[in-house]
Design a protein around this ligand. Structure first.
Ligand code: SF4
Ligand code: SF4
Ligand code: SF4
Length: 362
C-alpha cells in the first residue's frame, strides 16, 4: 500500500501545482518547438510557460539524464529543480549521481510509467503528425495496451515502472493516472499539496507487462548472443560501423569528460598503416572500430540502463543498445549489480573488493 492521489487534471497541472506550492522553482521536461515539428528538452521556469510542454511525448530526443546532469551538477542543495523523466532516464541519473555528475538533493524527480518510445527516425519523418502520435500513445496507455512501432529495446524493457522517482505517475490502464510518493521528499510534497490522500495498492495492470517484457528481453539476448559469438561474430555485427561515435556522445553513462577514443592516441602516423599492410592486403578504415566498441563496453556496460539512445542515433543501423543490454546484463549479473537501483550500492568499476573473483585471481 502507498499514499496516492488521482491526477484528474494530468501531469502539466501537477507541474503547475508543484511550482505554485514552491516545491519546485522550474522544471525540465519535453516541450514542442514553435513550428510544432518536434519536441525537445526545455527548462521551463514559469507556470504560465507550461502550456507548450508535452511530458508524455513518446520520443527520446536525448536521454534526459544527460540533459539534467549538465544543468544540475554544480547546483547547490537550496535549488529546487523539477525533472520529468522516464524510468531508464531516472536510473541513468542515479548512476551519474554516484559519479558526482549530478546533485540529486537539488532535484525533484517526477517519473512517468513508460510504454516505450518511438524511433527518432519516425518522429522526425515529414509524414508524422507529432501530436497525433502523442494522442495515440496516451490512448493506449489509458487502455492498458501495448503500442505498436516502439523501439526494439523498449519492447524488451524490464524496468518501465516509475518507482525510483520522488513522485511516480502510474497511468497504465487508468482513466486518470495515480500519483504515488516513492521517497520522503515525494511524500512531503503530496501531503503539502493534496489531502486527504488515498491508501492504494500499486495497480496490477502496471505489473502485468513485466513478464511479457522479460520474455522479449530473453529472446533479444538469445538472438544477440547467437550473432556475436566469437571474434568473427563481433567483426560481422560491427562491420558496418562508420566510426562516427554518435553512440558514445549520446550515451548518458559514457561519463568521461575526455574520451580516450577521440584522443591523440588514435592519430596514427603513416608507419602504423604501412605496418598493418605488411600483414594484410587491405586495412579497414577507420582503424580500430572494434577496439572502440570493446573499450566502451569495458568502461560502461556495467552501468548500461538499456535506454536505447545509442541505437536510435546509429546511422549504420547496428543494434548497439541491444548488444550493450545483452553484454551489460552478463556483467551486471557477475557483480550482482543493478544500475541505478540502489544509491548506496557502489559501481563495480570504481570498487575493489578482495572477496570478488577469487577463482580468477588465485
Ligand atoms: S527503455 Fe524504453 S520502455 Fe524502458 S523506460 Fe526507457 S523509454 Fe521506457
Ligand atoms: S550504451 Fe546505449 S543503451 Fe546503454 S546506457 Fe548508453 S546509450 Fe543507453
Ligand atoms: S553510432 Fe553506429 S556507426 Fe557510429 S560509431 Fe556507434 S556503432 Fe558505429
Amino acid at each position: 500500500m502507498a499514499k496516492a492521489v488521482r491526477l484528474e487534471e494530468g501531469v502539466v497541472s501537477l507541474l503547475r501545482d508543484l511550482m505554485e506550492a514552491g516545491i519546485i522553482e522550474a522544471v525540465v521536461t519535453l516541450r514542442s518547438v514553435p513550428q510544432e515539428r518536434s519536441v525537445v528538452w526545455s527548462l521551463v521556469p514559469l507556470p504560465e510557460a507550461l502550456s507548450s510542454v508535452h511530458p508524455w511525448f513518446p520520443s527520446m530526443p536525448q536521454n534526459g539524464a544527460k540533459v539534467v546532469s549538465r544543468l544540475s551538477k554544480q547546483m547547490d542543495n537550496s535549488s529546487r529543480l523539477g525533472v520529468v523523466l522516464r524510468p531508464c532516464e531516472i536510473r541513468a541519473l542515479r548512476e551519474l549521481a554516484k559519479l558526482g555528475q549530478t546533485n540529486l538533493d537539488c532535484l525533484f524527480i517526477i517519473g512517468l510509467e513508460c510504454l516505450g518510445v518511438f524511433p527518432l527516425e519516425r518522429i522526425f519523418s515529414e509524414e508524422t503528425e507529432i501530436f497525433q502520435v502523442e494522442r495515440d500513445y496516451l490512448e493506449h496507455l489509458r487502455a492498458g495496451e501495448d503500442i505498436p512501432g516502439i523501439r526494439a529495446i523498449c519492447r524488451a524493457c524490464e524496468n518501465p515502472l516509475p518507482d525510483l522517482a520522488d513522485l511516480g505517475v502510474w497511468a497504465r490502464g487508468q482513466a486518470s493516472p495515480l500519483l504515488l510518493a516513492h521517497s520522503p521528499k515525494g511524500a512531503r510534497a503530496l501531503e503539502t499539496m493534496f489531502s486527504p490522500l488515498e491508501e492504494v495498492e500499486i495497480p496490477a495492470a502496471s505489473y502485468e507487462i513485466l513478464s511479457r517484457r522479460g520474455e522479449e528481453a530473453q529472446r533479444m539476448r538469445q538472438r544477440i548472443k547467437e550473432t556475436i559469438r566469437g571474434f568473427e561474430g563481433l567483426t560481422e555485427i560491427f562491420g558496418p560501423c562508420i566510426g562516427c561515435h554518435n553512440c558514445r556522445s549520446v550515451c548518458p553513462l559514457c561519463y568521461c569528460r575526455d574520451c580516450f577514443f577521440t584522443s591523440a592516441c588514435f592519430d596514427y602516423p603513416p608507419e602504423v598503416y604501412l605496418h598493418r599492410l605488411q600483414h594484410r592486403r587491405t586495412t579497414r578504415l577507420p582503424l580500430d572500430s572494434l577496439l572502440f566498441h570493446l573499450g566502451r563496453m569495458t568502461h560502461m556496460a556495467g552501468s548500461c540502463v538499456a535506454c536505447g539512445m545509442c541505437e536510435d542515433v546509429c546511422p549504420a543501423a547496428i543494434p548497439i543498445a541491444q548488444i550493450f543490454k545483452t553484454i551489460g546484463a552478463e556483467i551486471q549479473q557477475l557483480f550482482g549489480y543493478e544500475p541505478g537501483k540502489r544509491l548506496d550500492e557502489p559501481m563495480p568499476l570504481v570498487t575493489f573488493r578482495t572477496d570478488e573473483f577469487q577463482d580468477i585471481g588465485g
